[in-house]
Ligand binder design. Structure first.
Ligand SMILES: Nc1ncnc2c1ncn2[C@@H]1O[C@H](COP(=O)(O)OP(=O)(O)OP(=O)(O)O)[C@@H](O)[C@H]1O
Ligand SMILES: [Mg+2]
Length: 260
């Protein structure tokens, strides 16, 4: 998807800055970041460690208040969006409960919202199929591989059918093979649920493979240094990773870092 005048805006950041104050010092983690994300778009926040990616994601999710600037989500405040359950969040390490089976880890948000057991069962079956874990529904998280655990976390984030899926380096702890497979699976899930995705990564190939657009952040202080369109057709395939267009886009993003 490319951004056009007719694209419905989902997330808008206006001049967002974030200062962390500790006892003795102050860190300017983000400096005047402005960006727009369209409804249904898949975007990545890309940059080196410490450039403010998690900070930016937390601000979008209303888990953190910016020092300056504003966040608008579908025309309302981030707080209203959070209260309206518009967000599903997947963290870097899957925060699963060891004493709950896969099935009930996934339906935890529904349980907290007081959804009836029969409806939870139905939703669990649907989500387990979506992430390909039907056979593991009665296993415990510690019986699964890291990649499977992350799929459980994704299923749980999708339980409330969020309009926006925020993902903070969800695959960075995985080996390259699992990661590439999960990238493809995530795109297949996204094509079915149609939510807006904001995906944090420090991997350039991962950002290129997944995204409609890549927001490149530079560190100290974190600023938006480039926005790169990824015009690769969808569905994206593993073969594309070997094509000249893919390498061209990687080079383009790398160049945008060198200019920083
Ligand atoms: N709670 C905090 N208090 C003080 N400084 C913080 C806090 N959280 C983050 N920072 C600082 O803000 C900057 C941005 O941190 P952030 O975690 O957003 O980076 P990141 O891009 O997500 O890094 P990584 O890729 O390592 O996860 C860093 O310099 C970090 O030290
Ligand atoms: Mg981070």
């Amino acid at each position: 998807m490319t951004m056009t005048a007719t694209t419905v805006q989902e997330i808008q950041l206006e001049q967002v800055s974030m200062r962390y104050r500790t006892d003795a010092s102050e860190v300017l983690a983000l400096q005047q970041v402005s960006l727009n994300i369209g409804r249904g778009e898949f975007v990545s926040l890309l940059g080196p460690s410490g450039c403010g990616k998690t900070t930016l994601l937390r601000i979008m999710a209303d888990l953190l208040q910016p020092s300056e600037g504003s966040v608008t989500v579908a025309g309302k405040s981030a707080r209203e969006a959070r209260l309206a359950q518009k967000y599903g969040i997947v963290f870097q390490s899957p925060v699963l409960y060891d004493w709950r089976k896969v099935k009930t880890n996934i339906t935890l948000p529904l349980e907290l919202m007081g959804v009836k057991k029969a409806d939870r069962e139905r939703k669990a079956a649907e989500l387990l199929e979506l992430v390909g874990l039907e056979k593991f529904r009665d296993k415990y998280p510690w019986q699964l591989s890291g990649g499977m655990q992350q799929r459980v976390a994704i299923a749980r984030a999708l339980a409330m059918e969020p309009e926006i899926l925020l993902m903070d380096e969800p695959f960075s702890a995985l080996d390259e093979f699992s990661r590439e497979r999960l990238n493809e699976e995530l795109l297949s899930i996204w094509s079915k649920v149609g939510s807006t995705v904001v995906f944090v990564t420090h991997s350039i190939p991962e950002a290129v493979f997944l995204s409609d657009r890549v927001f490149v952040l530079s560190p100290h202080p974190g600023r938006l240094s480039a926005v790169v369109e990824i015009p690769l057709p969808r569905p994206r395939t593993q073969e594309m990773r070997n094509g000249p267009e893919f390498f061209g886009l990687i080079a383009k993003i790398r160049d945008s870092f060198e200019g920083v």
